[in-house]
Design a protein around this ligand. Structure first.
Ligand SMILES: NC(=O)c1ccc[n+]([C@@H]2O[C@H](COP(=O)([O-])OP(=O)(O)OC[C@H]3O[C@@H](n4cnc5c(N)ncnc54)[C@H](OP(=O)(O)O)[C@@H]3O)[C@@H](O)[C@H]2O)c1
Length: 368
């Protein structure tokens, strides 16, 4: 199968090298902004790939929303299969791109977009065909997991570790998407959409990142044998979905608590299969390119649709659903004098519609 490759960065370069070992796949043309001296044809205009009838598969690895969206949608309209690692564009145009692939009888796959090198989305697609997935959850962002793991291990402050993560290349110069949880939220949208045949909107999902976590929060957890992890979670009950991204406490012996550094750990829960977990490298050129390659091999092997043919439908997010569908223990840190903690609890209870007695009953996970 002849491939038109868009982008020759961290993932594109690794993918190109992996393809050289594959007898059934050939990168015929590379779209690049500067010459790379490769044996394949190098072009600077996407039209040359679009109009080449010998290219059946476009692999988009340039990142960002534009022009990635225009390239992907026109490739699908031209009845070319598309593989991408770009969570931002698939998340923003999920329904349109899935429908375009179906209307044109071609395959769209994006396994590397959530979980990097872990076959996470493809596993969700496989399980969703034979069982009912009730929840997806996990550690989906390596940068924040690195920072939290090091805060826990070394008692170091968030700001210091963010700088270190940037020096090591784990965090971007502008770390907002990672540290505020937006990257994990996009991956959650892709995971939940596929798991529930749904159409969640990024902006509807509450998202609390790690940028306000302090050494005191970490110490408080440690004293109780607990460890903080940034968790993205979606659960379906009836016609509603609870979904959020939020720092969450785990007992120290659990697999989540023991997932350290930039690793990811994701789990799905299904009615008959039960819980399945996957762990591994959530980013990096080789792991990510391996998932891109796996998608291409699926297509070369005859896969001809999105992961699922099921119709996707919008589902409301209702984290505070009635009647008490979802119950969470919460941790709060209050900047108040000792004698006003009870008032703070009352105020919190008023805005969150929680009985203050119930809050006190949740100790020791509360702050008193
Ligand atoms: N890196 C990871 O670990 C990882 C993990 C999971 C998913 N992903 C996803 O994989 C995709 C690629 O990531 P990456 O890390 O490989 O990015 P990268 O290293 O920044 O590479 C992007 C490449 O695309 C090229 N490019 C950008 N815009 C272009 C355009 N309009 N026309 C032609 N070429 C263009 C860039 O060219 P120049 O060299 O000229 O700038 C660069 O070579 C992204 O969607 C990312 O979210 C990455």
């Amino acid at each position: 199968m002849q491939i038109g490759l868009l982008g020759y960065g961290t993932v594109g370069k690794a993918f190109y090298a992996l393809c050289e070992e594959q007898p059934t796949l050939k990168v015929n043309t590379l779209l690049t902004r500067r010459p790379r001296g490769l044996v394949c044809r190098e072009v600077s205009s996407f039209e040359e790939i679009l109009n080449d009838a010998t290219i059946e598969l476009v692999v988009e690895l340039i990142g960002g929303i534009h022009p990635a969206y225009e390239y992907i949608s026109s490739a699908l309209r031209a009845k070319k299969h598309v593989v991408t690692a770009n969570k931002a564009v698939v998340c923003a145009y999920y329904r349109e791109l899935v429908n375009l692939a179906a209307e044109n009888g071609v395959c769209l796959r994006c396994t590397a977009a959530a979980g990097g090198g872990i076959p996470w989305l493809s596993s969700i697609g496989r399980v969703a065909r034979m069982d009912k997935i009730t929840a997806v959850e996990g550690i989906l962002n390596g940068t924040t997991n690195y920072i939290l793991s090091e805060m826990t291990a070394r008692n170091a402050a968030y700001g210091e570790l963010l700088k270190e993560a940037q020096q090591l290349g784990y965090a971007e110069a502008d770390p907002t998407d990672d540290v505020e949880g937006y990257d994990a939220r996009r991956k959650l949208v892709l995971s939940a959409n596929l798991a529930f045949s749904a159409l969640l909107r990024e902006q509807d999902i509450p998202c609390i990142g790690i940028s306000r976590m302090t050494v005191a929060d970490i110490a408080w957890a440690r004293e109780r044998g607990l460890v903080w992890k940034l968790i993205a979670r979606a659960e379906k009950k009836g016609d509603a979905v609870s979904a959020f991204v939020c720092p969450t406490l785990f007992p120290a012996a659990t697999p989540e608590a023991q997932t350290n550094g930039s690793a990811n750990l994701v789990s799905l829960y299904a009615g008959r299969i039960g819980k399945q977990s996957f762990s591994g490298a959530g980013a990096g050129g080789w792991p990510t390119a391996s998932n891109v390659l796996a998608d291409c091999l699926q297509i070369a092997g005859g896969a001809a649709s999105f992961y699922s043919d099921r119709e996707v439908a919008p589902l409301p997010i209702c984290n505070d659903g009635e009647p008490k569908t979802w119950l969470f223990r919460s941790y709060g840190r209050y900047a108040v004098r000792q004698e006003t903690v009870a008032d703070a609890l009352e105020a919190f209870a008023a805005v969150s519609e929680i009985d203050p007695g119930a809050l006190l009953a949740h100790l020791p996970y509360g702050m008193l």
